[in-house]
Design a protein around this ligand. Structure first.
Ligand code: SAM
Length: 215
């Protein structure tokens, strides 16, 4: 059984998750970069990340994640078009972190609205298709000799601005997840092995008591 103190911590973290703030990674293929992005997402309170892997299979994690991949759901897509369309259909604005002429300073965006931050591949950046399909482009001003940041650093800069705005707007003070999703995910976090068995058998998760005990 999960110990009550641990269960309270899981409840506290999950209750602050922001299902309407997310990230799309476009062919970010280096495990340490994806892992660092996921670790930042966990810290900011991002509920799920969307990884587009048009050139490879499932993403792999490095030790940089320090287990944070357990706490941030990862959706994978074979192409960027589907990933963007899926989020836009759910009323997300997709902002490409993209070093284009039309890019706005990332601090001018209102991240309290449903927002997806699109990050490009390490070498080639955001694709032309993704740039065209996005609702806008954002840039982190660069005043040094190099043109761009590491992709995981860029993700952190933008996501912590989003966190700052959402904290100021009180968006971490009340739960954003609906109760069905909360109950599902808290069970998966507290009892991952039992959750996997239930899924395999097609059975509903058992209910949990006040202190996280299986009823
Ligand atoms: N040569 C690539 C290019 O021209 O886009 C550089 C790619 S950069 C290493 C990887 C990704 O990090 C970019 O696609 C972008 O999403 C993000 N990024 C890095 N620096 C950024 C900045 N200053 N502003 C906005 N996004 C940035």
């Amino acid at each position: 059984m999960v110990i009550p103190r641990r269960y309270r911590k899981l409840q506290q973290v999950l209750s602050k998750r922001q299902p309407d703030l997310t990230v799309i990674t476009e062919d970010v293929h280096k495990p340490h970069n994806l892992s660092a992005i996921i670790r930042t997402c966990d810290a900011v309170g991002v509920f799920e990340v969307n990884a587009v892997n048009s050139k490879s299979e499932m993403p792999t994690y490095s030790q940089v994640a320090v287990g944070s991949e357990k706490w941030v759901k990862l959706n994978t897509y074979p192409n960027i078009k589907d990933a963007i369309a899926n989020l836009q259909q759910s009323n997300f604005k997709v902002y490409a972190a993209h070093l284009s002429q039309e890019a706005l300073d990332y601090r001018t965006i209102d991240y309290t609205q449903p927002t997806a931050i699109l990050l490009g591949a390490e070498k080639h950046g955001v694709s032309q298709l993704a740039a065209d399909l996005s609702d806008g482009h954002i840039i982190i001003p660069m005043l040094g000799m190099v043109q761009s940041l590491n992709v995981s650093v860029a993700a952190a800069v933008v996501l912590f601005e989003a966190q700052r705005q959402r904290l100021a707007a009180g968006m971490y003070d009340s739960m954003s997840l609906d109760s069905d999703m909360f109950n599902k995910v808290i069970f998966e976090w507290a009892y991952p092995e039992i959750a996997a068995i239930c899924r395999q058998k097609g059975e509903a998760y058992p209910a949990l008591g006040e202190e996280g005990e299986i009823l």
